[in-house]
Design a binder for this molecule. Structure first.
Ligand code: SF4
Length: 352
């Protein structure tokens, strides 16, 4: 069992982060918020796959005026992501953002941060100090020569100390690098120094396959050491995939009971059904299921019946057919063409 590091607790909207709360899965939209309809639709798709907090970019004033309309239509807390312009940060809080992400490397000096904090106090809005290896403060970069983990930690500590001086503690911290090893080192270092909740992520992690591997290694390593209170997997692609990868990481570490744990074999020369197509159909058909269930889709009788029996529901392939198992019992033989449909129906019946 993983012993999670004890951190302070903050709330973003109605979602608790840190202090022993379950690890929270976040994502970010790819739309410009002024396209209100597209942004709402994307957030709804994210909600369907289990996203618990969503972040939107605030590039300009038109994004600020979209915040109330977006918030009205969605069910999860909304975080405003602001760079460069502290006035946008203040306006985003005033417009009703549940949380704010600022980057100490580009938001400006202490005077500006103080103005943001004053507004965050007034509205009880949580802030994320989002340090990014690509945008560290110039003086810190000069001191370290490169955006190494120590440099990212120094950037975070500088802002943390300033916020503490302002008696503001309603924040979490991220230290994202595009390097997996630097990400791990930075969070390890900081977690020994402060007890604020940590938001984990590898930045600019690439398209889904690459991001899944990098994020699983970085976040998986940290999470199994008990570090991390909320996570975001960054993917060049559909953000819904970010959420699915995030849950796969959490499920692999027994850190959440959410959604389908899909067991499927790689297939081999013994397989006599089109298992790859079947698994794709089953995965797609079950992607919005939130109940925790183990589903096995196996190609043949070698490991098939064993895995299928261990699962809540499973299929073991035969010659153009599949055997449906439920809680270890054989239920029926199904023709290949019907397998995906029947399995999806059975899962839905099971969770009703
Ligand atoms: Fe091959 Fe059967 Fe194993 Fe699948 S379960 S990999 S088909 S032996």
């Amino acid at each position: 069992m993983i012993h999670r590091r004890k951190t302070r607790q903050i709330s973003v909207g109605n979602v608790k982060i840190g202090g022993g709360a379950p690890i929270v899965v976040q994502s970010m939209t790819t739309t410009h918020p002024r396209d209100i309809e597209a942004t709402i639709n994307q957030i709804k798709r994210l909600e369907e796959v289990g996203c618990q907090i969503v972040r939107i970019a605030i590039p300009d004033e038109s994004a600020i005026s979209a915040i109330p309309s977006i918030k009205r239509e969605i069910s999860i807390p909304l975080i405003a992501d602001v760079h460069f312009d502290y006035r946008l940060a203040i306006d985003a809080i005033r417009a009703g953002a549940d949380g704010l992400r600022i980057n100490p490397g580009n938001i400006g000096g202490e005077k500006r941060i103080k103005k943001i904090v004053d507004m965050a106090k007034e509205y009880n809005t949580a802030i994320r100090i989002g340090v990014n290896s690509g945008s560290l403060e110039r003086e810190i970069l000069k001191k370290y020569g490169s955006p190494r983990p120590e440099a990212m930690v120094e950037s975070a500590l500088k802002t943390i100390k300033f916020l503490e001086k302002l008696n503001f503690y309603n924040f979490k911290i991220s230290l994202k690098s595009s390097s997996v090893l630097d990400t791990i080192s930075a969070y390890r270092l900081l977690s020994k120094m402060v007890d604020y909740p940590l938001h984990l992520g590898v930045t600019e992690a690439g398209p889904p396959l690459r991001s899944a591997v990098k994020s699983a290694i970085a976040l998986g390593t940290l999470l199994q050491e008990g570090i991390g209170d909320t996570i975001r997997v960054s993917v060049t692609g559909d953000p819904a995939i970010e959420v699915r990868i995030a849950y796969e990481i959490l499920r692999s570490l027994n850190l959440c009971k959410f959604g389908i744990d899909l067991i499927s074999c790689p297939t081999c020369g013994r397989c006599e059904i089109n298992l790859i197509k079947l698994v794709e159909e089953v995965e797609d058909g079950l992607k919005t299921i939130k109940a925790p269930l183990k589903v096995a889709v196996m190609g043949c009788v070698v490991n098939g019946p064993g895995e299928a029996r261990e699962a809540d529901i499973g299929i073991a392939g035969g010659k153009g057919v599949g055997i449906l198992f439920k809680k270890g019992k054989v239920i029926k033989k199904i023709k290949e063409g019907q397998l995906a449909k029947v399995l999806i129906e059975e899962v839905k019946k099971e969770i009703m």
